[in-house]
Design a protein around this ligand. Sequence first.
Ligand code: SF4
Ligand code: SF4
Length: 357
Amino acid sequence: MDIKGLFSGKKESRPAEVQPLMNGRVKPGFCCFAVTDDCMLRCKMCQKWKGEEVIRQHPAATLEEWKKAAVSLRTVVDKGFEIDIGGGEALMVKWLWEFVKFCSDLGFKMAIASNAYLLDKEMAKRIADSGLHSMILSLDSLKPEKHDFFRGVPGVYDRVMRAIELLHKHCPGLHVGICSIIMDANLDEIIPLAHWVNDDPRLKSILFMAAMQPNNTPVQDKWYEGGELDLHWPKDREKAIKVIEELIHLRNRGFLIGNSVQQLMAFQAYYRYPDRFVKVGQCNLNKGVHVSSIGDIFLCYRWDHLGNIKKDDLATVLYSEAAENARKKILGCKDNCHFLLNCYYEGDYPFVTEAVS
Ligand code: SF4
Ligand code: SF4
C-alpha cells in the first residue's frame, strides 16, 4: 500500500511555499520509501501482487542501503521531516523495525501505511520500541465480508480489528489511523466509517482516498469507462458526490477526517469529470523524493530515473543536474494526472472544483 503525505491533508489550505536551502536549492517536501513491492493480499484495486515474477528478478535494496539513504537525506531536511514507508506491504520486510528505529533516532518522523495482516502482539511490542509516529491501516468497509472481498483474502477485516486493539494496548502515543478508498461498492459505508472512527478513542484519524486506476496496470486514460479496470469506479457518480458532501459537512463539524475540505471538493470534481485536467497549478512533486523497493530514485515516478541508493548518494542525486532537469519537467507537466488527488499537495487543490456545481 502506498499512501503519500499521510498528514498533508490535515493542513488547512494555504499557498504553496517553496522552501529554499541556503544555496537556493529546493528542499524536499515529501518522501516515500517503498521498501517492498511484495504483498500477501490480493486486493481488487491494486495489482502489485501480480508483479511477483518481476520482484524476484530485481533484488531489493538492503537495510544498509536504506540506512545510508536516510543518513544522506537527513543532511538536506530538518528534524521532524516525515518519511512515509510504503509498499507493497511494508510489514513483510524483516528488518523494518530496525530501520524505523534508525530513522527515528536520526530525527525523522516515521509513518507507515499497512493492511494490518501481519500485525500481531510481538510486532506491536516492536513498534512500541521503534519510535514510529503513525500507523495507518486500510479499511474499506465495516462489513467483514465486504472488506475481505475487496482485499481478496478471508480474515483481513478481523486482522485489522486485532491490530487496532494491539496497537492501543502496546503502543501508547502512536497515532493509529484508518484509510478508506471511496469506491462503487462501499459508497453506503463511507459515512458509517467516518462516524465509527470519530467515536472510537483508539483511533485518531480517517483519511479517504479517491478510487484510482489500479496499481501496476499500464496507464490507460479512460480506465474508468468500462473493462476490467473500472471495477471500483462509482457507477452512480452523483451518489459519490453526495457522500463526499456529507464528509465535508462532518469535517466542518470537527470530525477526525484527515482530508482538507479542498481535497474533498477536488474528489467531487474528479468523480464528476474524471477526464478533465484536474490540476491547474504547477505540480509540487518537484519537492518529492521517491525511492522504489530496488533502490531507484525519482522525484515523480513518471519522470526521469535519477539514480539508485545502492550506488549513489541520495542527497547528491537530489541536487544533480538530472534532478534539476526533472524538476523543470515536473513544474511544466501537463499530464491529466490523478495522483495528486490522493497525494502530497501543499496548496489549495486548485482543481476544477467550480465545474461541480
Ligand atoms: S493495496 Fe492491497 S495488494 Fe496492494 S499493496 Fe496494499 S494491501 Fe497489498
Ligand atoms: S505525472 Fe506530472 S502532474 Fe502527475 S505527479 Fe508527476 S509531475 Fe505531477
